[in-house]
Design a protein. Structure first.
Length: 318
């Protein structure tokens, strides 16, 4: 007796013979099943990796600042940097007596500001070290910026995007150093009404020696310690670069172009405001400020109102 069944392949049973498996169909089914399992597993792992990646950092970009008696200026500083994409601010209060915590209370409640009272002398670098240790896994990039410094994405309104584009070009890039543009007093003796960013429009020329200073935005997981308020040591094989991808070592980037990123450094403001700054002193060295420093930085050679495109909206937020 013999039975023959045709079903996409031959399946025969003859007397005294074993059943012959339909190899063609069988292997097609097995192959399809394996491919589907691999595809599903791959998609799951990709989703898992993306989820972990997104959940790893609560923020794209955060700033760290040590602050003393700068209550009249800090809301403008925060609101401007929020406008260009800074997500969170780690504020170390170095013995302020102007109700800084109260001024920041709404930001503290919302979580946009993480506030810590931080008394003592020469506390800037310890504050930076503590911020890296405590928060390095919560933010993709961390900037170390003073309250009189405004970081500007020159060709866009998205600071994170510009920073990420520069650092991501090379896996060995750990941070980007951003050059100053020093602004003077605009000839003002007394503190004017209004915003810092609208009142001071005159600055030093590009080749002014102080403009070689940088401030840093970096990947905090690669930063070992701060050399000074401007620059950091990184893990072996990693480095800081300027906006053109050229390596920077230390606090200076000679001839910084500022075509992509720049820092408007409102160093002196009016003479009256500089006198208050002089009283505050330094946060990184045990020394007193002098009036000579005011005159050296009070350069008003170039009219440069790069902040104009932000000021109208900024005024509604402060």
């Amino acid at each position: 007796m013999s039975i023959t069944v045709i079903m996409g392949g031959n399946f025969k049973m003859d007397d005294n013979k074993e059943i012959q498996k339909p190899k063609g169909l069988w292997w097609k089914l097995v192959s399809f099943f394996v491919v589907m399992c691999i595809a599903v597993f791959g998609a799951y792992k990709f989703y898992q990796a993306e989820s972990v990646k997104k959940e790893s950092y609560k923020d794209n970009l955060s700033f760290v600042a040590i602050v003393k008696n700068e209550g009249p200026y800090i809301k403008e500083w925060i609101e401007y940097h929020k406008m260009v994409g800074v997500d969170r601010f780690y504020i170390y209060d170095n013995e302020s007596t102007d109700n800084l915590e109260g001024i920041l209370s709404d930001y503290i409640k919302s979580g946009e500001v993480v506030y810590k009272y931080y008394p003592g002398k020469i506390k800037q670098l310890p504050a930076y070290q503590e911020a890296i240790k405590d928060y390095k896994d919560q933010t993709k990039y961390m900037g170390f910026i003073d309250i009189d410094e405004f970081v500007i994405p020159v060709n866009s309104d998205n600071l994170f995007k510009e920073v990420d584009e520069i650092i991501s070009k090379d896996p060995k890039n750990a941070g980007v150093g951003i050059n100053w543009r020093i602004y003077g007093s605009s000839g003002l003796e007394e503190k004017p009404e209004g915003l810092v960013t609208e009142n001071y429009k005159l600055r030093a020329p590009d080749d002014f020696d102080r403009n070689k200073h940088i401030k840093t935005i970096c990947n905090p997981r690669l930063a070992l310690d701060s050399l000074d308020p401007h620059s950091f040591n990184y893990q072996e094989g990693y480095h800081c670069v300027n906006e053109d991808g050229q390596e920077i070592y230390g606090p200076f980037n000679e001839g910084g172009k500022c075509q992509k990123l720049r820092i408007n450094h409102y160093f002196s403001k009016s003479k009256e405001e500089y006198m208050q700054k002089k009283i505050r002193g330094f946060a990184d060295v045990n020394a007193e400020r002098t009036m000579q420093a005011f005159y050296e930085h009070d350069r008003n050679d170039v009219y440069d109102y790069i902040m104009e495109r932000f000021v109208k909206t900024l005024k509604t937020r402060v």
